[in-house]
Ligand binder design. Structure first.
Ligand code: MRU
Length: 363
């Protein structure tokens, strides 16, 4: 993805130093492009927890690299059990996005197969690279599959489309291109006149800060809206479809995504507007039959609700934005029941949110 004509990915191996993984510090965006070099599993865990990087596919890739860094550390300490300890910490760094567990399960399976430290390092690096490549390919294919839905709408609408999106399911949440944003970029490339309504996505404002930043640099027409505006815009006929990403999808098609997604799905349903979910198969949890009752929703610190950060005099400062004596409750995600989901867009095609279709995505 371009920023001022320079191509970036959200995470990469430092040139000639594969034991150092670089990321863009997403807490500083859109104001500063700050690169963090990560050279230990604990630093990667910290980056995931503190949301220096975030987004389900990227968390999975970062987790896979954290496992590789743990293998490098074990080769130095000659202590194999340190790896198990680290894998457990990585898995629990953020509980909701299933991509993290999916990636660590792959690493764990390999790690259990050898006690040779050189093999562990080389093999775990290869797995991290494979997952990285897989997520990149998913984004490209989700773009191709998802754009078919957008083309259909635009054809009936004089070549125009207004899309609403929530949170950030763009290149910053993946490796490049995004999931929910990928069909949007593809539609633009096909000459469709696209405009995006960007939910600000409180409490951390991933929409206002990150999605808007991406769309601006991709020269896509967009407007940031407060989270409460979507229903009104839908009622007035200003939204043709909603596309969001996801953190975990159950086999019955229930979709867990950033808090507030459910409300947008309800409003879309009430207004007869299609609600699409971009879902790499790494985000489908084959162990879950039902999402509403069983997905572990991350509870985040209340400071995210009570405070906000922003730019002042060229520095990022933090302000209180609520009654200082009140407490807050901060669930990070919610689950949209499958009956409100029009289509799931995966790297393998378009799917109805039904067990009999989703089970076919298992390799
Ligand atoms: O808390 P975050 O910023 O990690 O939440 C991100 C989202 O909810 C995204 O919509 C989801 O991970 C899909 S990213 C392709």
């Amino acid at each position: 993805m371009r920023i001022n004509e320079k191509h970036y990915k959200s995470l990469w191996e430092k040139e000639n130093f594969p034991e150092v993984i670089s990321i863009i510090d997403q807490r500083k965006l859109p104001y500063f492009i700050d690169i963090i070099d990560i050279n230990s599993s604990s630093k990667m865990i910290d980056a995931i927890k503190s949301m220096a990087l975030r987004g389900a596919p990227l968390i999975g890739v970062a987790g896979a690299y954290a496992a590789y860094l743990a293998c490098l550390e074990a080769r130095i300490s000659l202590n194999y059990s340190n790896i198990d300890f680290a894998l457990n910490l990585i898995k629990n760094a953020r509980p909701t996005a299933v991509n993290l567990i999916w990636a660590i399960n792959k690493q764990e399976k390999f790690i259990a197969s050898t006690r040779n430290f050189d093999e562990l390092v080389e093999g775990s690096l290869q797995i991290a690279r494979d997952i990285y490549k897989f997520e990149l390919e998913c984004s490209t294919k989700i773009a191709e599959n998802g754009v078919l839905l957008l083309k259909d709408i635009a054809e009936k609408n004089n070549g125009k489309i207004n899309i609403l999106t929530h949170c950030n399911a763009g290149w910053l949440a993946t490796i490049d291109y995004g999931t929910a944003t990928a069909p949007i970029y593809k539609a633009r490339d096909l000459g469709i006149d696209v405009h995006v309504w960007v939910d600000e996505t409180r409490p951390r404002n991933q929409g206002a800060k990150l999605t808007a930043f991406e769309l601006y640099h991709e020269k896509i027409s967009h407007s940031i809206i407060v989270d409460n505006a979507g229903g009104h815009l839908m009622q007035k006929g200003f939204v043709d479809c909603v596309i969001v990403g996801c953190d975990r999808v159950a086999l019955n098609g229930d979709v867990c995504n950033k808090i507030g997604t459910y409300l947008k799905a309800l409003a879309a349903f009430d207004n007869g507007i299609p609600f699409y979910v971009a879902m790499p198969s790494s985000t489908l949890d084959f162990s879950l039959d039902n999402g509403v009752n069983s997905i572990n929703i991350e509870e985040r610190d209340e400071f995210e609700v009570l405070e906000l950060d922003g730019l002042f005099n060229n520095s990022i400062i933090n302000s209180k934005v609520a009654n200082p004596f009140s407490r807050a409750c901060n669930p990070g995600f919610d689950v949209t029941p499958s009956k409100y989901v029009s289509k799931l867009i995966s790297e393998k095609g378009l799917h109805n949110p039904k067990r009999e279709e989703l089970i076919l995505l298992k390799d």
